[in-house]
Design a protein around this ligand. Structure first.
Ligand code: MG
Length: 371
């Protein structure tokens, strides 16, 4: 029996992770849960999975939780959430934003398996997290569908045989739109993703293609492949989750119906494959799969991410911080959709790089990006 901590338990990935844990009860016991706020959903999860420890970022929410469950060990604040990083054999990290960095560092320093969905942590602090993981031999297994696909395609193949990574992208809700009409799209239009049901931040990132840009950086970190050997392929059906091209010209892909539980379960059970309840893919029913090139002209966020990755150092952290601020402002109706890439570009143009940044440098770069 292995123990499991789900950091970000009430979000979309966290709920799917608990569904996976529910199906694998005989193998995994939920030891710890963490989330932002006290909620009826959190109470239900505690009743069902009986974790030993629960952390709530909001201190008032943590007090409410103590009242509701007097016997539970409750931790509060961002330190409380981060403190759960080493609380179980496998730590699923799915909090939004850079808040997960401390928890990720704690997990890898303790040699735990880190099943990581929070792309901002790998984008901004990836080099640091991998450096620390190298010291303990901690495994970092991707939970993002694209990176899980690449991870699966790489199994059994040496690093030297890899020619290119091909990350697929649905193209988001605005695929095919031009710049002029993108200026006027609304937050509610941006939140209506055609395939995946996700939280608001990642839905907007998906609409601007920044999500794909962050995934390119994430892939570079996870698989040690440079920017010029990572390509993005538009694939609206989201059936081919990504591909690897090898030096002999062969391409391997991973396909399935779009269901996050597959990538989550594999991150937990790797290298084993166990039965899962996800629907089976029937290609003869799907009939047609389409592929195309990304529209870099009208979706400049993708190119900005490549620029940040090539520059390295603190650039990805600035990109990520600036993007989080711009997306929040867009969601609040304080700026337009195309102001998101404009703001990010302006921040990148004002960045003075630091090579091989430490944690303080990264947090400072993130703050600078957000201002
Ligand atoms: Mg993804």
């Amino acid at each position: 029996m292995q123990t499991l901590a789900v950091i970000g338990c009430t979000g979309s990935i966290g709920r799917s992770a608990l569904d996976v844990a529910r199906n694998l009860r005989e193998r995994f016991r939920v030891e710890a849960l963490a989330c932002g706020h006290f909620s009826p959903l959190l109470c239900e999860q505690i009743k069902e999975f009986a974790p030993r420890t629960v952390a709530v970022d909001d201190p008032v929410g943590a007090e409410e939780l103590k009242k509701a469950f007097p016997d539970l060990e409750v931790r509060a604040g961002s330190e409380g959430v981060a403190s759960l990083g080493d609380s179980a054999d496998v730590v699923i990290l799915s909090v939004v934003g850079l808040a997960g960095l401390d928890a990720a560092l704690k997990a890898v320093r303790a040699g735990k398996r880190l099943a990581i969905a929070t792309k901002e942590v790998l984008v901004s602090g990836g080099e640091l997290v991998f450096k620390e993981a190298g010291k303990t031999g901690a495994e970092i297994i991707p939970v993002d569908s694209e990176h899980s696909a690449i991870f699966q395609c790489l199994m059994g193949n040496g690093k030297e045989s890899v020619a290119r990574l091909l990350i697929t992208a649905s193209g988001g809700p605005f695929r095919g739109k031009d710049k002029a009409s993108l200026e006027n799209v609304t937050p509610s239009e941006a939140l209506a993703h055609p395939v995946w049901k996700m939280g608001p931040k990642i839905s907007v990132d998906s609409a601007t293609m920044m999500n794909k840009g962050l995934e390119v950086i994430e892939a570079s970190r996870l698989f040690s492949v440079p920017a010029d050997r990572i390509d993005v392929v538009i694939h609206p059906q989201s059936i081919v989750h990504s591909l690897v091209e090898f030096r002999d010209g062969a391409q391997l892909a991973q396909l399935s119906v779009p269901d996050m539980r597959l990538a989550i379960q594999f991150a937990l059970t790797y290298p084993k494959r166990l039965p899962s309840p996800i629907a089976r893919l029937d290609l003869s029913e799907v009939g047609k799969l389409e592929f195309g090139k990304p529209d870099r002209e009208n979706f400049p966020c993708l190119e900005l991410a490549y620029v940040a990755l090539r520059k390295g150092g603190i650039f990805p952290a600035v990109l990520n911080g600036a993007n989080e601020t711009a997306v929040a402002r867009f969601l609040n109706g304080e700026c337009g959709f195309m102001d998101i890439p404009r703001f990010v570009e302006k921040k990148l143009s004002k960045t003075e790089n630091i090579v091989d940044p430490n944690l303080e440098d990264i947090l400072e770069a993130d703050r600078f990006g957000r201002e």
